[in-house]
Design a protein around this ligand. Structure first.
Ligand code: HEC
Ligand code: HEC
Ligand code: HEC
Ligand code: HEC
Ligand code: HEC
Ligand code: HEC
Ligand code: HEC
Ligand code: HEC
Length: 432
């Protein structure tokens, strides 16, 4: 099915756009004619920051007349109200460079609501809430250096997770927290979320967000190699051979098989397909928590819970995605295989290693600095790197990650831990 975007515009001062996607009709009111002020921003910025204006012109927003002021202007009483832009200095106009999810929610409330119910919502706040993470960032990676200890956090963690954005006296963001491309920023206006994490500014393009690259800038590497797993999967094989020819700009909820031959990340986790609706809640199609030390079925409506989601409903939704291209026999068989590996991880690897950890802790046989303790380092690698690869590899059809980067490594790690465990109990000492 290839229903291209259809927009009907009636221009009578205020334009009404009706967008037909699947069974939904969305109505959106936008002030279409650009005001003189709005034209002023564009004209000057076309010379000062041409890249921004070019992106905006080519965007859906540019086409329908949603302009700089719609996103960047704030009221004088906003905590973000500033006049860092020389074009508005000493005028009654206040702008901010930090365009938050609250600004988008003026026109896209449903997307913000769905995002706010997802695991992405907590991406920044959960780091701040964990002492072990604070220690990792500042005390160990930052070596408690008086001036430079926040370097690792600023160049690493917050560029994926986001952080609490801090403002200076002029109400412009400070370099300790900004710029950052993280997904779960806690914004000065009280909102949470960075809506340009997947559709980057100033295109804000659905086609970009539907491609695996939109997720890959964060979902990669030793501890959550989702793009690598995808590339290793049959779906990734097909994407690599003909993904350039997929049709990516079909109206939401009408983007269907035929536009693509195999699913991208977005198809399985977000997009409407068949009678499933598009969602910005990436947790809503999940059964397990696959990143935690032990995988448990999801059972909480609270986005700050590690178990956010509903296991049974999540699995049913994910199976609906598959049903567009596979038989129930295939899909059920696939999940039976994959779930078995998750359960093997829980029972044969996580639980025995946790029991050893607890015994050593009881007996005072763990080093205080976990990152100098071979037992604790092995434990960390077992669940945080290799154990995640094993579980995520199995559930997304990446056999190299389920096996060689996963189960095989976890097996080696368990034997390593057992040897250290035995030695420490025998000698009642931590080896030098
Ligand atoms: C749909 C909302 C939206 C529109 C429309 C929009 N912007 Fe932005 N703009 C953003 C977001 C989001 C950011 C990034 C905010 C952040 O990093 O905290 C941004 C960032 C910027 C920045 C800083 C970029 C940098 O890399 O230093 C400037 C300058 C800017 N916008 C100017 C403009 C101008 C000029 C226009 C009109 C041509 C415009 N914006 C239209 C949302 C918008
Ligand atoms: C006369 C030219 C001019 C006009 C008009 C203008 N700008 Fe700017 N704007 C600039 C320049 C130049 C900068 C970069 C300033 C700097 O050096 O920090 C800037 C910076 C910005 C920033 C970043 C602010 C910050 O705190 O760093 C935003 C957001 C922005 N402009 C939005 C707008 C919007 C919205 C309008 C229309 C209401 C507008 N601009 C009108 C020239 C202009
Ligand atoms: C003043 C209202 C308004 C604001 C504010 C606004 N948008 Fe939009 N947005 C629109 C309209 C209107 C459309 C086009 C509707 C359509 O074609 O269905 C649109 C379309 C989009 C699309 C679809 C683009 C495509 O390729 O079809 C995305 C993504 C998007 N907006 C994201 C954002 C984000 C992120 C923000 C905040 C940074 C934002 N918008 C702020 C009105 C707005
Ligand atoms: C390259 C991007 C990236 C960087 C850098 C990064 N993370 Fe993550 N982090 C992720 C992703 C993606 C997940 C989700 C994994 C999943 O769902 O399987 C995650 C998961 C987590 C979790 C588990 C989720 C939760 O709610 O508790 C914690 C804790 C965490 N990261 C902390 C950190 C800390 C601390 C740093 C810096 C020392 C950091 N991360 C650096 C991308 C990143
Ligand atoms: C995790 C990646 C991701 C993030 C973060 C994200 N989006 Fe999206 N967005 C997408 C994808 C993928 C689509 C296209 C879905 C589809 O296939 O139809 C999309 C589509 C949209 C659309 C077009 C939907 C329509 O029905 O016309 C809007 C509007 C939008 N996003 C706004 C937002 C806003 C507002 C936020 C911040 C709360 C946000 N997005 C954050 C990935 C993301
Ligand atoms: C800017 C970085 C970033 C981008 C881009 C991004 N994510 Fe994430 N994602 C994260 C982080 C960080 C987490 C971990 C949040 C937590 O658990 O605290 C996460 C978690 C998740 C989770 C698990 C949620 C849960 O409840 O445990 C899924 C599923 C997910 N992302 C899918 C996607 C998909 C699909 C895309 C692309 C359409 C995408 N993400 C784009 C950073 C990102
Ligand atoms: C064929 C569909 C499919 C594709 C394509 C796909 N995934 Fe997944 N993804 C799944 C399934 C199924 C699960 C496990 C769900 C469950 O818990 O039962 C999963 C799990 C995840 C998780 C783990 C969440 C947690 O609990 O830790 C993340 C993160 C994720 N996917 C991100 C991605 C990213 C990023 C891409 C693209 C690079 C992608 N996925 C491609 C189906 C898919
Ligand atoms: C848009 C269609 C589409 C969707 C949706 C889809 N797949 Fe596939 N899938 C394919 C195609 C095409 C192949 C390649 C078949 C081949 O190898 O001949 C494939 C291959 C596979 C394979 C490799 C084994 C085999 O039979 O080739 C597995 C496993 C798989 N898919 C599981 C899933 C699961 C699980 C889901 C849902 C979470 C899903 N797929 C969703 C199209 C799809």
């Amino acid at each position: 099915m290839m229903i291209r975007r259809m927009v009907q515009a009636v221009v009578v001062g205020v334009a009404v756009f009706s967008v037909f996607g699947g069974t939904d009709v969305k109505l959106m009111k936008v002030n279409r004619a650009l005001t003189e002020e709005a034209r002023g921003c564009i004209d000057c910025h076309a010379g000062k920051t041409p890249g921004i204006v070019q992106d905006w012109r080519k965007s859906r927003h540019g086409h329908v007349g949603v302009s700089c002021v719609d996103c960047h202007s704030v009221t004088a009483d906003s905590p973000l109200a500033s006049q860092g832009c020389p074009g508005v200095r000493n005028t009654g106009t206040w702008v901010t460079v930090v365009v938050t999810s609250k600004a988008c929610s003026k026109c896209h409330p449903a997307e913000v609501q769905q995002f706010s119910a997802s695991g992405h919502f907590r991406a920044a706040s959960q780091i701040a809430g964990k002492q072990s993470m604070q220690d990792l960032m500042y005390k160990y990676e930052g070596q408690n250096h008086p001036q430079f200890k926040s370097g690792p956090k600023e160049t690493g963690c917050i560029q994926c997770h986001g952080t609490t954005i801090k403002l200076g006296a002029d109400r412009r963001p400070l370099p300790g927290s900004w710029p950052n491309a993280g997904i779960g920023n806690v914004n000065p206006d009280g909102s949470v979320g960075n809506c340009s994490a997947c559709h980057t500014r100033h295109r804000f393009d659905i086609a970009e967000a539907r491609k695996p690259a939109a997720c890959a800038s964060c979902h990669l590497g030793p501890d959550h190699p989702d793009i690598e797993i995808f590339t290793n999967s049959k779906h990734g094989q097909i994407f690599a051979t003909e993904g350039d020819n997929y049709v990516y700009d079909t109206t939401p909820d009408a983007w269907e098989p035929g536009d693509y031959r195999a699913p991208t990340c977005a198809v399985c986790h977000m997009s409407g397909i068949g009678d499933l609706k598009t969602t910005h809640n990436v947790s809503s199609r999940l059964y397990w928590n696959l990143w935690a030390k032990e995988s448990k079925p999801r059972n909480s409506p609270d986005p700050t819970s590690p178990l956010t989601g509903d296991a049974a409903a999540g699995r049913a939704r994910m199976k609906k995605v598959c049903s567009n291209c596979h038989t129930p026999l295939h899909t059920d068989g696939f999940f039976t295989q994959a779930d078995k590996l998750v359960k093997l991880y829980n029972e044969a690897y996580y639980k025995p290693s946790k029991r050893m950890l607890d015994v050593l802790k009881d007996k005072g046989l763990l080093r205080e600095n976990p990152w100098t303790d071979p037992f604790q380092i092995a434990y960390y690698h077992l669940w945080h790197h290799e154990g995640r690869r094993m579980r995520q590899g199995a559930l997304m059809g990446g056999p190299d990650y389920a096996q060689w980067h996963g189960t095989f490594e976890v097996m080696q790690r368990l034997y390593e831990m057992k040897a250290i465990f035995k030695k420490r109990l025998q000698t009642n000492k931590i080896e030098p």
